[in-house]
Write a protein that binds this ligand. Sequence first.
Ligand code: GLN
Length: 356
Amino acid sequence: MKAFLILEDGTVFTGTSIGSTKDMISEIVFNTSMTGYLEVLTDPSYAGQAVVMTYPLIGNYGITPDMESRKAWPDGYIVKELSRIPSNFRCQGTIQDFLKEQDIPGIAGIDTRALTKVLREKGTMNGMITTNENYNLEEILPKLKAYTVGDVVSKVTCDEKYTLEGTGKKVALLDLGAKNNIAKSLNERGCEVTVYPAHTTAEEIISSNPDGIMLSNGPGDPADCTSIIEEIKKLYNTDIPIFAICLGHQLMALATGASTHKLKYGHRGGNHPVKDLQTGRVYISSQNHGYVVDAENVDSNIAVPAFVNVNDGTNEGLAYVGKNIFTVQFHPEACPGPQDSGYLFDRFINMMGGVK
Ligand SMILES: NC(=O)CC[C@H](N)C(=O)O
């Protein structure tokens, strides 16, 4: 069956329908990872977005036990070619069946590199995937322009708190749409990790007496998370060590008076170079974000830039002055992508007083 990807600027790509055949409208973003498509599909930060994979062949090792959350989150999935015969000793099924099972509409057989060039030159746009050959651009384009994501953190966070047992430091992880490997990276280092729903009050977290607090990644515009920002202000005012990733990093910055803005087309992929400003060393990082903290608006009495993106000079991390708080825009938990910055979990454990 034919499918059409219609962009907000009127560009139309024609391909083949994959997954669900329902219509979808979403923000269209691209990811440049060469592997790790399942981790991308199950990263809750993609809720409210449709993902274009720029690598031309997707699904060649099928569906493996590498889910980063309980389900797939993107509204839509856009690829050049889906592998027809996946092959891997861990393969449990095909991506075609997975997309159907998860009710995610997609399109294959389009020139994803041409599409990426459009998004890179004009900036991220909204778009529609439809199988209706009689689509009417005059009706659709105003709908695409009007589309906004809204509050997606509430949709992706866990319903109830749960604990991964450990004998080491006690970490409270605020689940704003956390990828599994954040809790796992801490748990593997001995920590007992209690995962809390996004709307848990600061009082509840503080009264559980954690050795440290972790703020996770998550979807949407950080500036929309107003009530969570209020709770994070209270967490900032304690002496509890805090480490935050991506959305968590943006929310800590907003909670302490900084601002964020939307990048033209974001950073999503497995090879983004970031420079540690303390050591001068460059790490290759996994990234997935559309917004960024305005480093120039950060009060240097509150925080100082700790990492910078080598490609475009945007902020990639902050170290909070006089506090045991540091935050990063990239993903030390990897999945997918390089594990170069996994040492940051060790830094956090040292900040909490080291391994028990
Ligand atoms: N992975 C994330 O936490 C993304 C944060 C935020 N939703 C952004 O796009 O910038």
